[in-house]
Design a protein around this ligand. Structure first.
Ligand code: NDP
Ligand code: 8X3
Length: 252
């Protein structure tokens, strides 16, 4: 049987590009997200290229939905080799005193609690098999804090700490733990962050060439294709036109 990778948030952006890339590398894939129509579309696309796919539609904030989804995996799909914890979002870009409680909860519940809960379901199987690879999608926002980024940055700083903690705790079990930390990637990320305001979202990428989802999928492909004795701890990947979370070069 081919290796199995589970990619969360595969309905869009980095997750979808990663699923496509891992399929090209011969992985069987478990794809997750809330939008079932998109999961089914991706499933058909990949099955037409002879990749075996299992789709799980659930909200990563809901522990009962996660339990049910993971329990529904047939035996032959339970031995997950690679878990890509990608599902996540920024909601809002407001100064701390104006931030919406609902945005904060959504980010904390998705980016931190969702990642933790799903990982807790998948890790015991990896421990038993004494192998596995967990790749957490962090961000430049996990390393720096910028104006109006407050809670989103806090969630990605948490992802950084969780990644390091996982790597230490899972050391005796031969489980690799990596993170990938992108700067600006043009996906649906900014549309979601600005609550559907596409003008504001377009402005984020105006005058510069951002990264594309495929650039991050390339990095993840590199991580999962290293030999067993090599772990890539982290890859920080920026657009050429972005030097830090706040310094960008835009052409008029
Ligand atoms: P997209 O909005 O394009 O994709 C986000 C994915 O996350 C979707 O597939 C979405 O699926 C899934 N998701 C969001 N909330 C939930 C939820 N509650 N339950 C299940 N799935 C959920 O954005 P990106 O591809 O850019 O984002 C992917 C990751 O990359 C995120 O963790 C983000 O923080 C990180 N990142 C993004 C950067 C960027 O500039 N774009 C830079 C650095 C990091 P669905 O809506 O179907 O549930
Ligand atoms: C997304 C990149 O710069 O918007 O994590 O925080 S940024």
């Amino acid at each position: 049987m081919n290796k199995i990778a589970m990619v969360t948030g595969a309905t869009s952006g980095i997750g979808k590009a990663t699923a496509l890339k891992l399929a090209q590398n011969g992985f069987n894939l478990i794809i997750t997200g809330r939008r079932n129509d998109r999961l089914e579309e991706l499933k058909s696309e990949l099955e037409s290229k002879n990749t075996s796919i299992f789709s799980l539609c659930f909200d990563i904030r809901n522990t009962l939905e996660i339990d049910k989804a993971v329990a529904s995996l047939p035996t032959e799909w339970k031995s997950i080799d690679v878990l890509v914890n990608n599902a996540g979002l920024a909601a809002g870009a407001d100064p701390i005193h104006d931030g919406l409680w609902s945005d904060w909860e959504q980010m904390i519940d998705t980016n931190i609690k969702g990642l933790l809960y799903l990982s807790k379901q998948i890790i015991p199987g990896m421990m038993e098999r004494k192998k596995g690879h967990i790749i957490n999608v962090s961000s430049i926002a996990g390393k720096e804090t910028y104006a109006n980024g407050n809670v989103y940055c806090a969630t990605k700083h948490a992802v950084e700490a969780i990644t390091k903690g996982m790597r230490i705790d899972l050391l005796p079990y031969n489980i690799k733990v990596s993170s990938v930390s992108p700067g600006m990637v043009e996906t649906e990320f900014s549309i979601v962050r600005y609550h559907g305001d596409t003008d504001k979202a377009d402005n984020v990428y105006k005058g510069l060439t951002p990264l594309y989802a495929d650039d991050i999928a390339d990095a993840i492909e590199y991580m999962v294709t290293r030999p067993p004795h090599v772990n890539i701890n982290d890859m920080l990947i920026m657009p050429t036109a972005q030097a830090s979370a706040v310094y960008n070069h835009r052409e008029e």
